[in-house]
Design a protein around this ligand. Structure first.
Ligand code: ADP
Ligand code: MG
Length: 288
C-alpha cells in the first residue's frame, strides 16, 4: 500500500506550484546532493533585450535586424523570441524557405532567395566565415547573409529575481554542489555563475556535452547520492531524462520538457527546487 504521507507531500508540492509525477521522485529528493542547472530560461529570465546591432559593410541596422527576425521566425529558443520582439514588424512568411535549426549553434534559412545564418561563433566557424571578436559583453548572435559575414546583434539576459536565493537555500539544505551548464559563451556564463554563487560553471557546451557532464558527475558520487537536473527543455530533454530527478520549468519550457521531466515547476522559479526538497524531507518525517 502507498503511505498516506506521500499524497500529503504531493498535495503540498502542488499547492506550491510544483507538479510531482510520482511519490518515488519526491522520495528521491531526500537523497539529492548535486543540483545541476541549465542557464538560459532556468537561472536567467530567457527574455533577452537586443542591446546593440552592428552590421558589417553597407547594410543598415534595420536590414540586419530584419534578416535576423526572419531567420528566427520558426525557432522556439528564447533568443529567437527576443529577436522577433525587437523587430516588432509583421512578417511575410512567403519570403522564407528551407528553415533549419542547428542545435547548440543557431538557425539557417533562405530569405528573399539568399541564405541567412544566425547563431554563435561556432556556427560561423562551421561555414568557414571569419570575423573580428566583438568587444561587447553579452550573448552575441552572428549573422551571415548570402554566404558572407554580415555583422552581429548583442543581446542580454537577466538573472531571475530569486536565482541567487535559490542557490543560497540549496546550500542551507546541505546540498554538496551546485553546477551550471550552458551552451552560451564562457564570459557570460562565468559572470552569471559569480553573481549567483554557483560552485561550478561549464560553458560553450553542445547539447550532448551536457549529458556527458552529468555522467561525469555521476561517476564522482556515491550510488546513494542523487542528482537533479533543472532545465527549460530547449535542447536539454536528453539531460532531463538522464538525471535521477529531471525538473522542468513549466511556464517557459516546451511540451517536450514537461513530458520528459519528473517534476515540473509551474511558476518557473528556481527557488522552488529548495521548496520541493524541504517538502520531501517533511513528508519522510511524517511517513516513517
Ligand atoms: P543554453 O545552454 O544557454 O540554454 P542552448 O544550448 O539552447 O543554450 O544554445 C547554445 C547557444 O547556441 C546559444 O547561446 C546561442 O549562441 C546558440 N543558439 C541556439 N539556438 C539559437 C537560435 N535560435 N538563434 C541564435 N543562436 C542560437
Ligand atoms: Mg537551454
Amino acid at each position: 500500500s502507498i503511505p498516506l504521507g506521500f499524497f500529503g507531500g504531493i498535495g503540498a508540492a502542488s499547492r506550491a506550484g510544483i507538479l510531482v509525477k510520482g511519490s518515488n521522485y519526491l522520495e528521491a529528493l531526500n537523497d539529492v546532493q548535486y543540483v545541476v542547472f541549465d542557464k538560459t530560461g532556468t537561472l536567467t529570465k530567457g527574455a533577452f533585450a537586443v542591446t546593440g546591432i552592428y552590421p558589417e559593410g553597407q547594410r543598415s541596422k534595420e536590414e540586419l535586424l530584419r534578416n535576423a527576425a526572419y531567420a528566427e521566425l520558426h525557432s522556439n529558443h528564447p533568443i529567437a523570441e527576443s529577436v522577433r520582439a525587437a523587430y516588432g514588424k509583421p512578417i511575410d512568411e512567403s519570403r522564407l524557405e528551407d528553415y533549419n535549426e542547428i542545435s547548440g549553434h543557431g538557425v539557417e534559412v533562405r530569405f528573399d532567395g539568399q541564405s541567412v545564418l544566425a547563431g554563435n561563433a561556432r556556427l560561423m566557424e562551421r561555414e568557414g566565415l571569419t570575423f573580428a571578436a566583438p568587444p561587447e559583453a553579452g550573448t552575441i548572435i552572428h549573422m551571415a547573409i548570402g554566404g558572407s559575414y554580415a555583422g552581429y546583434l548583442v543581446i542580454s539576459d537577466e538573472v531571475k529575481d530569486d536565482a541567487a536565493e535559490a542557490i543560497r537555500q540549496l546550500k542551507q539544505l546541505g546540498i554538496k554542489r551546485t553546477v551550471m551548464l550552458t551552451g552560451d559563451a564562457r564570459a557570460v556564463a562565468e559572470s552569471v555563475g559569480r553573481q549567483l554563487g554557483v560552485d561550478e560553471v561549464h560553458a560553450e557546451l553542445l547539447p550532448q556535452h551536457k549529458v556527458e557532464q552529468l555522467e561525469r558527475l555521476e561517476q564522482q558520487k556515491s550510488a546513494k547520492e542523487k542528482t537533479i537536473f533543472v532545465g527549460d527543455g530547449i535542447n536539454d530533454t536528453p539531460v532531463l531524462a538522464r538525471a535521477d530527478v529531471g525538473i522542468a520549468m513549466g511556464g517557459l519550457g516546451s511540451d517536450a520538457a514537461i513530458e520528459a521531466a519528473d517534476i515540473v515547476i509551474m511558476t518557473d522559479e528556481p527557488s522552488k527546487i529548495a521548496t520541493a526538497i524541504h517538502i520531501a524531507k517533511q513528508t519522510r518525517r511524517i511517513v516513517w
